[in-house]
Design a protein around this ligand. Structure first.
Ligand SMILES: O=C(O)/C=C/c1cccc(O)c1O
Ligand SMILES: [Fe+2]
Length: 315
């Protein structure tokens, strides 16, 4: 059986562009530094990262619900690094075989593009994109129709069963959330120009990428000032979600409905399915013998995020 460690962490590309009070920035940095120290002490032989994308790697020309990368490159948006991730191809292929054999319809990419949703947690928790071998697993969190929490759990369980038999010290990561609704466009309300970007906007030029980032930074500035139409953060929803994970209440987690999530927590709150999958993987990899602990929570409008962290250790 593999030794496993679970770390879940919100991501936000607004760090360093639109920041909360220095004491909040510092307390988050201390918390992330503590998680990183735990990762370094664990010294993983492999990272399995469940994360979303924000129309930087996956587009509506073909949008899978789940996709594993056997090779992946970070686009380097915002302050994240560009470049290849060290993906162990054979292990990723074997994981894909196992998950599909478990009747989870996982897509596979031999040329996956990932954005800050993957790159930020890897760099913040390990120090660089390429310190440890990493298998990226994408969960569609922005492009309806979206999978259920139940399906995300089942994906995580299948991956966790694979990890259990691998015999490698494996760090399981979940990235994103919690409640939030940054200005990621939706096809249902897109103009023809935006729709084209959602369908075929891969590898935009530097000007287009900068323009997009400036739009998000402006949105964060007005959200923090209280003058934004973006869906408000929902601390009550966030705390209840984390409590369900800590209590390992899979019945309660399965019962979440997508429309209710969007209504209560915002269109990008579906990113928390990466946390559901990561916790389910930890559950399967340890045979249920793990303890989850909520590490941090604060609603941080400057970062457009109900910002949270959770750790799971085998017991
Ligand atoms: O894709 C973007 O430009 C912005 C993304 C964003 C903003 C705030 C919180 C998040 O989780 C994001 O991914
Ligand atoms: Fe995100």
């Amino acid at each position: 059986m593999s030794a496993v460690l679970l770390q879940c962490l919100s991501h936000t590309p607004l760090k360093g562009y639109v920041d909360p009070q220095p004491e909040v920035v510092e307390e988050v940095a201390r918390m992330v530094a503590a998680q990183r120290a735990e990762v370094e002490a664990f010294d993983p032989e492999l990272i399995v990262l469940f994360a979303p994308d924000h129309y930087n790697g996956f587009f509506l020309d073909t949008m899978p619900q789940f996709c594993i990368g056997t090779a992946a490159t970070s686009v380097g948006d915002y302050m994240t690094s560009a470049g290849p991730l060290p993906v162990p191809r054979e292990i990723a292929e074997a994981c894909a075989e196992h998950v599909v054999a478990a009747d989870i319809d996982l897509a596979i990419s031999y040329r996956m593009l990932v954005d800050h949703g993957f790159a930020q947690p890897i760099e913040e928790l390990t120090g660089s994109l390429d310190r440890y071998p990493v298998i990226p697993i994408f969960i569609n969190s922005v492009a309806p129709p979206l999978v259920s929490f139940r399906r995300a759990r089942q994906l995580g369980e299948a991956v966790g069963e694979f990890i259990r038999g691998l015999g490698k010290r494996t760090l399981i990561l979940g990235s994103g959330g919690l409640s939030h609704n940054p200005p990621v466009p939706q096809m249902a309300t897109a103009t023809a120009e935006v729709a084209e970007r959602l369908i075929a906007g891969r590898n935009p030029g530097p000007e287009a990428r900068d323009a997009r980032q400036q739009r998000t930074i402006a949105a964060a500035t007005s959200f923090a000032a209280g003058t934004s139409p973006l869906h408000p953060l929902n601390p009550a929803w966030d705390e209840a979600f984390m409590d369900n994970l800590v209590r390992q209440d899979w019945t309660a987690l399965d019962a979440y409905g997508n429309a209710a999530i969007t209504e209560a927590a915002g269109a990008s709150a579906h990113e928390v399915k990466t946390w559901v999958a990561a916790n389910a993987a930890m559950n399967a990899a340890t045979g249920g013998h793990y303890r989850a602990e909520a590490r941090y929570y604060k609603a941080i409008p400057e970062w457009i995020a109900g910002f949270a962290a959770l750790t799971g250790v085998a017991v």
